[in-house]
Design a protein around this ligand. Structure first.
Ligand SMILES: [Ca+2]
Ligand SMILES: [Ca+2]
Ligand SMILES: [Ca+2]
Length: 420
């Protein structure tokens, strides 16, 4: 109701009562005659407003109530005791409150800084504010992660498979109702989801245990034939016993030339120090037809010699070798792996990164015509046989993540179906 309406209505109600009304942000009414009162509606329950013999409804009364809408009426009484109540008016009290300039505080509570995460994880934050937290927004690498959480406790679930494996940064930003914000100290996490074991192009379980055939459990289905090698106790089931005298040989396949990324893996049981590089997976012939030799060097380090399409001269980055920092012990099953990822070659022993070198050129592995031999080279004037046993030999055309290497370590190759 406007001030003028209030004024006329009140005047009708109280006759000649003197009324001065003034509305600013507040309402000031008065002075009224001694026998005139103004009262607030009962519904707002503000007894202090009731002025049975009152003189004025002061600004301070408006200042004493919460912001909101109120109804006012005026009561007039004459000397004979006649009382009339005015028509009500409504007013809106809109006192400015104190301005909140204090931002919230916020910190991520889970996951831990530096944590390795996979599948679905919970992000949690602790937030507080001098007035109240209006919401917390989680962010991944600076981008909003889900909607703002407006109720405590502040948390969301995050499917880590929605982003690639690797290191990522998480933050939480808290907001108060006045618009002040604060962002937590960032935390980094390493996402390592297991990927489907795709692009496996050779997988020998050596679980036949007798005869001359070693079946390939990969989609390549490239059966190997033993030559001079036998069978022995494996890491799982039986193993190929190369024992420095034999190997298993499978035909050349285009899939066995892995391109720009590759992973070589095997369990090995080394029974003596190699006198020259000992072959685990070998497509080498001491000629321009060389492709790779995955094995152990004479210092029992994990070893890779390779040739790419970038050249055919030994000693250049396209035709070279490298070895791990760590050594493989004698007479104990040890898992060894080499990952090629572009120019970087990484060596793993028992699922842990031993060392990594930027050694390769950026060209794919050469695609030669040599057969794949497991446990020996035996061509080009070199034998390079493995002194000991080999189990679960695998070759991938892609670079496996450490978690995938560890998964392979703990997962024996399952027997394939029959092969020609
Ligand atoms: Ca605040
Ligand atoms: Ca086996
Ligand atoms: Ca080939």
């Amino acid at each position: 109701m406007r001030a003028s309406a209030f004024y006329s209505g009140a005047r009708r109600a109280i006759g000649r009562a003197l009324l001065v009304a003034c509305l600013t942000a507040l309402i000031v009414v008065g002075p009224l005659r001694a026998n005139t009162a103004m009262r607030a509606p009962r519904s707002t329950a503000q007894p202090s407003w009731l002025r049975p013999t009152g003189t004025a409804w002061q600004a301070r009364h408006a200042a004493s109530v919460p912001n909101g809408t109120y109804t006012l009426t005026a009561l007039a009484r004459d000397a004979a005791g006649n009382v009339t109540t005015s028509a009500p008016i409504t007013v809106t009290v809109m006192n400015p409150g104190p301005v909140d300039t204090t931002p919230p505080t916020v910190a991520l509570t889970t996951p831990a800084d530096g944590a390795a995460v996979n599948t679905v994880v919970t992000l949690s934050a602790a937030a507080s504010d001098n007035v109240g937290v209006a919401g917390v927004q989680f962010r991944l690498n600076g981008a909003d992660l889900g909607p703002e959480d407006t109720t405590s406790p502040y948390s969301i679930t995050w499917n880590t498979a929605t982003i690639g494996n690797g290191v990522h940064t998480l933050t939480a930003t808290a907001r108060d109702a006045a618009g002040n914000t604060a962002t937590s100290t960032p935390r980094t996490v390493t996402v390592s989801n297991l990927m489907p074991l795709t692009q496996l192009v050779a997988a020998y379980a050596f679980d036949e245990g007798a005869g001359l055939s070693a079946l390939d459990s990969s989609p390549t289905q490239n059966r190997a034939v033993l030559a001079g090698a036998g069978w022995g106790v494996g890491r799982s089931g039986s193993a190929l016993a190369a024992n420095g005298v034999g190997y298993a040989e499978a035909a050349d396949r285009s899939a066995l030339s892995p391109g720009l990324t590759a992973t070589f893996e095997a369990w090995v049981f080394l029974t003596g120090a190699p006198t020259e590089p000992a072959s685990i997976l070998n497509k080498w012939s001491q000629s321009s037809d060389d492709e790779y030799l995955f094995g152990l060097d004479t210092s029992r380090r994990v070893y890779l010699a390779w040739q790419t399409t970038g050249g055919a001269i030994w000693g250049t980055p396209s035709f070279n070798d490298a070895a791990s920092a760590g050594q493989v012990p004698l007479n104990v099953w040890t898992h060894v792996a080499v990952v090629r990822n572009g120019p970087v070659v990484s060596f793993y022993i028992n699922g842990s990164l031993s060392s990594s070198v930027t050694a390769m050129d950026a060209n794919p592995f050469r695609n030669g015509t040599n057969s794949l031999r497991v446990g020996s080279q035996s061509r080009g004037g070199r034998v390079r046989a493995f002194p000991g046993r080999i189990d679960d030999a695998r070759l991938y055309r892609r670079a496996l993540a450490p978690a995938e290497i560890q998964l392979d370590m703990n997962t024996p190759i399952s027997a394939p179906g029959s092969q020609d």
